[in-house]
Design a protein around this ligand. Structure first.
Ligand SMILES: Cc1cc2nc3c(=O)[nH]c(=O)nc-3n(C[C@H](O)[C@H](O)[C@H](O)COP(=O)(O)O)c2cc1C
Length: 192
């Protein structure tokens, strides 16, 4: 069964909520196994340079989707650490030809979030992965709209200063689900 791993870092739970919707969308496609993996479950390499925790699930996956909040105009350090640890995988090109995609979440509708997506993209390109973008036109800029921020390279969400149960809004959650489904459809075609 094709497997999609959704790797996320979330300081306060909002990006985790987005990740859960990406997973829901991916799992909605028949035959897809979609798992959530917190950055906290991807530890540093040990003294023998072995990667423990849930790193083996990334080796097995057909696709890896990376998500992080935007902090100070760039990828939050929790996910950046994962990518730096993954340099051990890069040496072997262990993720080459896996499908890749990215998402981010911030307090602002802009907030320089595109820089986070570009940073995720650069990392995935260094690994020789195959990038999948959003593929949805924006249908408005209300909290209920699909792709309200008009982001095509990866999915964006915006969260207010409230609990993850309240924010990001429904449209961003639906955008994340549609994004997850699109990635899963790409995996099905790529694996065929
Ligand atoms: C240290 C820090 C820096 C931030 N910088 C930005 C930023 O540059 N752009 C933005 O849109 N939001 C920024 N925010 C807001 C967060 O991205 C926002 O609160 C987000 O929902 C946090 O997601 P999380 O709950 O998954 O950590 C920042 C928040 C923190 C704590």
């Amino acid at each position: 069964m094709p497997k999609i791993a959704i790797v996320y870092y979330s300081g306060f739970g909002h990006t985790k909520a987005v990740a859960e919707h990406v997973q829901k969308g991916a799992a909605s496609i028949a035959g897809i196994d979609a798992v959530l993996i917190s950055a906290d479950d991807l530890p540093e390499a040990d003294a023998d340079r072995n990667l423990g925790g849930r790193w083996n699930e990334l080796s097995e996956a057909d696709a890896i989707v990376f998500g992080a909040p935007t902090y100070m105009g760039s990828m939050a350090a929790g996910l950046k650490r994962v990518f730096e640890t993954a340099s051990a995988v890069w040496f072997q090109q262990g993720w080459k030809d896996k499908i890749a995609a990215g998402f981010t979440n911030g307090g602002s509708t802009s907030g320089d979030k595109v820089n986070t997506l570009q940073d995720i993209w650069h990392n995935c390109m260094q690994h020789g992965m195959v990038w999948v973008g959003v593929g949805d036109l924006s249908n408005g800029n209300t909290p209920e709209s699909i792709n309200r921020m008009g982001s095509f390279s990866g999915a964006m969400a915006q969260s207010d200063n409230a609990s993850p149960e309240e924010t990001p809004p429904a449209g961003d959650r639906e955008t994340a689900e549609r994004f997850g489904a699109r990635i899963a459809e790409a995996v099905v075609r790529w694996s065929a």
